[in-house]
Design a binder for this molecule. Sequence first.
Ligand code: GDD
Ligand code: MN
Length: 379
Amino acid sequence: MDIKAKADAGQMSANKPPQLSLVVPTYNEAGNVVVLVEKLDAVLVDIDWEITFVDDNSPDGTADVVKELGQSKPNVHCIKRIGRRGLSSACIEGMASSTAPIVAVMDGDLQHDETVLPKMFEMVSAGKDLVLASRFYGGQTAEEGLSKFREMGSNVANWIANLITGAKISDPMTGFFMLKRERFEQVVPKLSSEGFKILLDIIATARNMGKPLDIGEVGFKFRARHDGESKMSPLVAAQFLGLALSKIMGGLLPVSFILFAAVGAVGVVVHLATLTFAAERMAFNFTNAQLLATLVAMISNFHLNNILTYANQRLRGFKYWQGMLSFIAVCAFPAIANVSISTFIYEQNSLFYLAAIAGIIISMVFNYAMTRIFTWRVK
Ligand code: GDD
Ligand code: MN
């Protein structure tokens, strides 16, 4: 009997093709996985569904828990990524590797109320391209799950987000949404995969391609985290601003370049502060003060880029020091070139600032391109 005949005869009823693929990114959610699947079992009774956990090799063994569950439940899958981190890229890989005509993303910490899933499924089936579960729709407040400070930050971020997406939606930053697979496949080649805000990216990218999404919303109550801790941080907020800027410019500059440039700007301040301190307090002569300031700025730039720009490739332990050396080695080239060129121009005494600015931009592009390859080894 061929596969189709077997299926028709009901021998494969346990393997009915999924109508809905759920994707859950996880990092240290071992204590939440089983409870989540139980809750989904209870609520998704009329839908054939599968779930893919995309785990970045969590130290707490989340992937092992998922795999054990998959041994008794054939609709539970696990993608275990080694040596990589990142929420957006996890969501993208989960969606790309699943099969149902409708896909959804939700968190693995039980903050997202699974009982709204059937309603979302109904709306997408009825024609919406994308339905998001909003923490603020229909009089919802996020009191339980968000601190006052985070709620304020969240409002500002929403305002910027609406500007980028051009859509008036109550919660563009939610991590809980469902969409038609065909619309996902359409935008996926142009998604950023860097940073935290996959939904925002999907909506903005569709719009930039001239094919805006027809979006629906349902409200839900953002629950307090069940187990473990949040990965939200000021760094994530800075990455979000980088993504926003990149999208506002229609993706002209990659997020990592924008963050690299922002770190460079901080580096200029560090440089000038060190220079002043060394010259005035430590009585260094100008050349020595410059040397010290350059070194301090390089070290600070390396550290900031390592935790912010390349958070997903962050170097630790021995590799951290190795990375710092390679970063300094790379940046020394344009630094030396800059000093000699600016000295030359200074002597000519014309177009001083213009030349200085050109020098800074050229060395930044050089440093970005080279350290990406030699320090963080981005493939
Ligand atoms: N694979 C993978 N890799 N998963 C990750 C990573 C990562 O680097 N970082 C976080 N996750 C998983 C977590 O395990 C969780 O299932 C989900 O992504 C959300 O992470 P949280 O750390 O719980 O984020 P949050 O609760 O602070 O933020 C949530 O709410 C925000 C709105 O305030 C997320 O849904 C955000 O996307 C959302 O914007
Ligand atoms: Mn959470």
